[in-house]
Design a protein around this ligand. Sequence first.
Ligand code: MLT
Length: 335
Amino acid sequence: MANSRGDRLSVKARALAAGLAAGLAALAAATVAAEEFPSKAVTIVVPFAPGPTDTVARIVARSMSASLGQPVLVENRPSVGGIVAPEAVKNSRPDGYTILIHHIGMATIPILYRKLRFDPLTDFEYIGLINEVPMTLVGSEKLPPNDVKELIRYVREHKDKVTFAHAGVGAASHLCGLLFMSFVEADVMSVPYKGTGPAMNDLLGGQVDLLCDQTISTTSQIRSGKVKVYGVTTLRRVASLPEIRTLDEQGLTNFDVAVWQALYAPKGTPRSVVRRLSSALQAAVRDPQVIHRFAELGATTYPPEMATPDALEVRLRSEIARWRPIIDKTGIYAD
Ligand code: MLT
C-alpha cells in the first residue's frame, strides 16, 4: 500500500520534473535565440500596395539593416483598409523576424471595424514611432476646379459624378476623404484600392477625380504639375511645399489630419528582441540620410525618444481616444 502510494507520488513528481525541465529548456532556447537576435533577415510587412507607407518602410529598412547587421526586407500584404497585414503579423512567430509597419490606421481600424481579427492594443509588442506625414488633397488634371472654393461648389453640384479614391475603410486616405466630405456636407462616390499607389495611378490617368494622400507620394506629382493640388491637410504648411496653402487657411477651419507611422511585433516577442529592434529604429531616426530623405518628401522624423515602445503605446491610446467620437459621429463603419 505504502509502496503503491509512493510510486504514484514518484510518477507525479517525475512528470512534474519533466514538465519543468522542458519549460526551462524552451526558455533557455528562447533566451539564446533572443541573445543571438538577429541571426537572419528581418521582414517588415507593409499593409498596402507599393505607395507611401511602402516607401517609408524601405527608407527605414535600409538604415535598420545597417545597425542590425542583417538584411531587412520589405514584404507587401496589400488589402483594402490595410487590415490583412496586421492579422498576418499577429499570427506569425513572435521571434522578431516578422514585424509590421502601420500608420494612423492602427488607431482608427478598431473603431471603424467592429468585427476585427486583431486588436492593436493587445496583440502586439510596440517597437516605436517613425515619423509624421501631412497629406495633401489632390485632383485629376481634368477636374475643372482650380482651388478649394471652386472645388467645394463643384463637389456639391456634381456629387453623383465626382469620385474620391482611397485605400479602403480604415486607411488614412479614407479618413481624410471622410473629413473633407463632412466639411463640405456632400457625399461623393468613393472608390477603394489596396493602397494609394494604385489610386494615384488612376488619378493620373483621369479615371478618378480626387485623392487625399501622404506628401511622401504627392510631392513629386505636385512639383511636376501632374495633379491639381487643393491644400495641405494639417494646420501648418509643409516645409517641402511651402507655397501650398492648408485647407484650414482656405476656410475648412481646423481641418487637421497627419499620418504617423510605427513598427509593431507580434505579442510575446521576447523583451530583449523588441529592445534590439527599437534601438535599430532609434538609430534609423537619428540617421541624417533618413531625416533628409523624409524631409524631402514632406515628412518629419520623430526624435529617438519617440521611437520607443512607451511612446508608441501613448500615441496609439491617445489617437484611439481622439478619433472614436469623430468616427462615431459620422456613423460610417466598415461592417
Ligand atoms: C498607402 O501607403 O497606400 C497609404 O498610406 C494607404 C492609406 O491611405 O492609408
